[in-house]
Write a protein that binds this ligand. Structure first.
Ligand code: CO
Length: 292
């Protein structure tokens, strides 16, 4: 009888140790399964962005009732600016450390970025560090807006659904993406190709990558376009949209195209303000969640 009891005790101890190794518990404490979602945006200090973020928050919570949803911003500058206004926003690393402390065992991190660029890969590195530390039993990262072919096709539909209704087919729509030195910049050209299969006068340009406005201008000229709608292809209509796209300075896209003789109409709404785009991000949460 005593032998059996010792065996059971040893067996239990081994089980706890194994659980400890796998990261499910620390120092032999069994953790109850606790799933959480961390939404990670570049961040914004714009009021319109807060409305979009609240909309995303609401949709994620409706899709996963009872699952706590946390937020983090990757932009240090934005976090600092908000802190100056008394609004504390966490970096992904701080948010994850807090979640580990709050005994979360499974975390779905959802990127609210547009492409898998530098910010997304930095986030991936941070998540890997938490994995190595064994902070959670499982932590996984969801794709940004544009990752798969299906995402490209859905994004095309989202763009077409949100072009101003008064635009007629002979008029161009030029979307300003952010653009990057990162290899993922190729997504903008891919999207440009994909959208033009549906509507040849919709163009995707970027402010900091390729295609540049020069390239788009050549296409506008070739197609004898007279009127251009300018829209941001960024989650938030922030600084780039207000200044580089729609600003009155000589080097804004609006000024350059107006000077070239085009009639220009600007739309100041970020993609996160439109449900069709938000649904793509929200659907991507399913990637990590399906593994928990
Ligand atoms: Co920028």
């Amino acid at each position: 009888m005593l032998k059996l009891r010792i065996c059971v005790a040893v067996f239990l101890a081994c089980g706890l140790m194994l659980a400890g190794v796998s990261g499910a518990s620390h120092h032999g404490e069994e953790k109850e399964k606790k799933v959480g979602i961390l939404l990670v945006a570049f961040g914004s200090s714009e009021d319109s962005a807060q409305v979009s973020f609240e909309n995303i928050d609401k949709k994620v919570k409706a899709t996963y009732p009872g699952i706590p949803v946390k937020w983090a911003y990757t932009s240090h500058i934005i976090r600092k600016k908000l802190a100056g206004q008394g609004k504390e926003l966490d970096s992904p690393e701080v948010a994850l450390a807090k979640m580990a402390d709050e005994d979360f065992t499974h975390v779905a991190v959802q990127s609210l970025h547009t492409i898998g660029g530098a910010e997304y890969h930095d986030l991936h590195r941070s998540i890997s560090a938490f994995t190595v530390m064994g902070a959670f039993e499982n932590i996984l990262l969801g794709y940004p807006l544009l990752a798969t072919q299906e995402d490209l096709e859905r994004t095309v539909e989202a763009i077409l659904a949100n072009i101003p209704a008064e635009r007629n087919k002979e008029e161009a729509v030029v979307l300003m993406g952010h653009g990057t030195h990162h290899p993922s910049n190729a997504f903008y050209s891919a999207l440009n190709f994909q959208v033009q299969l549906r509507d040849p006068y919709v163009f995707i340009g970027t402010v900091e990558g390729y295609p540049e406005l020069d390239t788009i201008q050549a296409l506008l000229q070739k197609n004898d376009i007279k009127k251009v709608y300018l829209m941001p292809f960024m989650s938030v209509a922030g600084d780039h949209a207000k200044n580089d796209m729609a600003g009155d300075e000589d080097d804004s896209w609006k000024s350059i195209l107006t000077k070239e003789g085009y009639e220009v109409v600007t739309v100041l709404k970020g993609t996160a303000e439109f449900d069709e785009f938000v649904e793509i991000w929200v659907d991507h949460v399913r990637g990590p969640m399906s593994h928990f």
